[in-house]
Design a protein around this ligand. Structure first.
Ligand code: ZN
Ligand code: ZN
Length: 171
């Protein structure tokens, strides 16, 4: 099994490197980086001033059977019936996307905190990857598969799978 991370738009190299290391540590598998795409314009909705998450996900194509692909974006993502999403996964294509946009303290008018941003990003990546491995949402609010309704939920949960979810992941 390998996990491929792709920057969608302009993502700082350091952030990608850190994500690669931490996600690899959690899944204990090879994580590589590949070029994503720079132009996210096709997914932009001028009325909402947001980017259609599912559209970007489709652009990632299909991953190989023994691979998972995660796109890392830094724009405000939405799906039609929700105000925003932190990320989205496609279980059939084995792909996922997350955005750093609403994970930043600055978004909420607070002082920047790079460590916290990274922690949140890891949780979101691991969560969406969990979906690509067939996991649903978990009632345990400490488990990474717990649904994040808001950032407070993300901060409460850990970057790891609980004892119920972990054995269900087959790498
Ligand atoms: Zn989820
Ligand atoms: Zn769980």
């Amino acid at each position: 099994m390998k996990i491929t991370l792709k920057p969608l738009g302009n993502i700082v190299d350091e952030t990608m490197e850190e994500l690669k290391d931490r996600v690899g540590g959690i899944f204990q598998c090879r994580v590589q980086m590949e070029a994503g795409f720079d132009d996210l314009g096709e997914a932009y909705n001028a009325e909402r001033k947001q980017y259609l998450s599912s559209k970007l996900l489709t652009t990632l194509g299909r991953a190989e059977r023994e691979e998972r692909v995660v796109g890392i974006a830094d724009v405000d993502l939405y799906v039609p019936r929700l105000n925003y999403v932190f990320g989205e996964a496609d279980m059939v294509a084995r792909t996922a996307i997350i955005s750093l946009y609403r994970l930043r303290q600055e978004y909420y008018g607070l002082a920047p905190d790079e460590a916290l941003l990274l922690e949140r990003a890891v949780k979101e990546v691991v969560h969406e990857l969990g979906h690509t491995f067939g996991l649903g949402h978990c009632p345990n609010n400490r488990c990474v598969m717990h649904f994040s309704n808001s950032l407070a939920d993300t901060d409460l949960k850990e970057a790891h799978f609980c004892n119920t979810c972990r054995p269900r992941i087959i790498l």
